[in-house]
Design a protein around this ligand. Structure first.
Ligand SMILES: Cc1cc2nc3c(=O)[nH]c(=O)nc-3n(C[C@H](O)[C@H](O)[C@H](O)COP(=O)(O)OP(=O)(O)OC[C@H]3O[C@@H](n4cnc5c(N)ncnc54)[C@H](O)[C@@H]3O)c2cc1C
Length: 395
């Protein structure tokens, strides 16, 4: 039985990708009706999503820019033998802002536009076909195109992945925070346990987010290690007394084996569809690109257009996964920081921008690889990673 479509689009999953898509659709196709379904009680979870401004194409600026909560003209990286200011504008969208803006599109929370967007939260959704979903196990809804934005599956990344784990604390500080720009990697700490660093976002004169980040073969994160590095930075910055405002934590697989896209009846965006940068963990560049692609097309052709864009990006996605394989299978944990230090030592800003934006060229890729340090490698483990999961690092 087929029924008349009630909506033009059903977007399943109200996280980063689903909400960006709702905004792109509202801008490019204001006449389209959209149902956005999120199984959690509210949209967007609890995140601070940062990105390089060069990640976002000019054509997406009109709908994207109002979502940005903080902007800085550049950022810093610090390594044991390198400190560099990168002159690429850096910015952040918070989940609070994205949630509020999305609800406002739907006409809720003080929104002025009586929505063509309908948001349903607290309802799990099953995707039945490219044009039908089932809500809460019973109610079927028909539309012209279903987009799967359900994020990553609990099953993880079959075939092998390293992990980027985060513990972030946002503070209000009694004294003015000494830095006015972010430090996206502060790698001055002892690296014996593997690659770890602090990420610092000054969100205001007396407000800062300090995030402990670790790249490791295991998804676990050491809370006490995070707390001690964060406390050391607060003391070094002379922040005075502090009030903890918010915490965020999470774990992002960094796959090195073949595709981790979810197989399903409808086209998938965001993490579910491989629309994220596998080597940096940043989703924003590809999530915005996906949102633009869908919103500029028509519902009936969307699956073919997404498949064709993903195919065009295939080599870059493969290269990003290959970098993860090198990092997690070839380089020993205590030497991993050198890869990142070298990246920031040798690459000029245009190449850094293209790499983060997932628009890197063949010569960018070659420049990233040529000259990798020959020490601290585990070649046998690396070779084994192509045929089986590589097991523990040899001592
Ligand atoms: C701590 C942390 C920090 C990060 N920092 C950055 C950053 O600075 N910049 C950046 O670009 N990326 C960052 N990332 C990565 C980024 O958050 C994710 O890759 C991104 O959220 C993926 O977007 P998504 O929409 O695919 O998935 P999600 O944002 O996870 O959204 C998926 C949504 O779908 C919902 N859902 C799942 N199943 C169903 C269902 N059956 N029915 C209805 N709803 C469903 C989920 O509840 C969820 O809300 C970070 C990740 C972590 C963990």
């Amino acid at each position: 039985m087929t029924s008349a479509p009630e909506f033009d689009y059903c977007v399943v999953g109200g996280g980063l990708q689903g909400c960006l898509l709702a905004h792109a659709l509202a801008w490019h196709r204001p006449e389209a009706t959209v149902l956005l379904i999120e199984r959690a009680d509210e949209l967007c979870g609890n995140h601070t999503w940062s990105f390089h401004e060069t990640d976002v194409a000019e054509q997406a600026r009109s709908w994207f820019d109002p979502l940005v909560t903080h902007r800085w003209p550049g950022y810093r990286v610090r390594f044991p033998t390198l400190s560099r200011r990168v002159e690429i504008s850096y910015a952040t969208i918070t989940s609070d802002r994205l949630r509020e803006a999305t609800l406002s599109l739907a006409g809720g929370a003080g929104g002025s536009r009586p929505g063509r967007l309908v948001v349903r939260t607290g309802e799990s959704c099953e995707i039945l076909s490219p044009t039908a979903v089932r809500l809460g196990g019973t109610a079927d809804v028909f539309c012209r195109a279903v987009l799967d934005c359900r994020g990553r599956t609990e099953a993880g990344s079959p075939g092998g992945a390293g992990y980027q784990t985060f513990i972030g604390h946002e503070y209000e500080t009694a004294r003015r925070w000494p830095a006015s720009e972010p430090t996206v990697m502060d790698v001055r700490a002892d690296q014996a346990e593997g690659f770890e660093f602090l990420y610092e976002l000054p969100l205001g004169p007396d407000r800062v987010l300090l995030e402990y980040t670790r790249f490791h073969e295991e998804p676990a994160c050491d809370e006490s290690r995070a707390a001690s590095l964060i406390a050391a930075r607060l003391a070094e910055a002379g922040a005075g007394s502090t009030k903890l405002i918010r915490t965020e934590h999470g774990c992002l697989p960094m796959p090195y084996a073949a595709t981790v896209s979810r197989e399903g009846p409808s086209p998938a965006g965001g993490y579910a569809g491989g629309w994220y940068h596998a080597a940096t963990g940043y989703s924003m560049p590809l999530a915005v690109r996906f949102a633009e692609l869908v919103a500029r097309g028509c519902p009936e052709r969307v699956a073919a257009e997404i498949a064709s864009a993903a195919a065009e990006d295939r080599l870059r996605r493969g290269f990003a996964r290959f970098l993860n394989r090198l990092l997690f299978c070839l380089v020993r944990p205590e030497h991993r920081w050198k890869i990142f230090q070298r990246f920031y030592r040798v690459l000029p800003e245009e190449r850094i921008a293209r790499f983060y934006a997932h628009r890197f060229t063949f010569t960018d890729a070659a420049r990233i690889l040529i000259g990798w340090p020959p020490i601290g490698l585990a070649p046998i483990r690396f070779a084994r990673s192509f045929v089986s999961l590589p097991g523990p690092l040899p001592t």
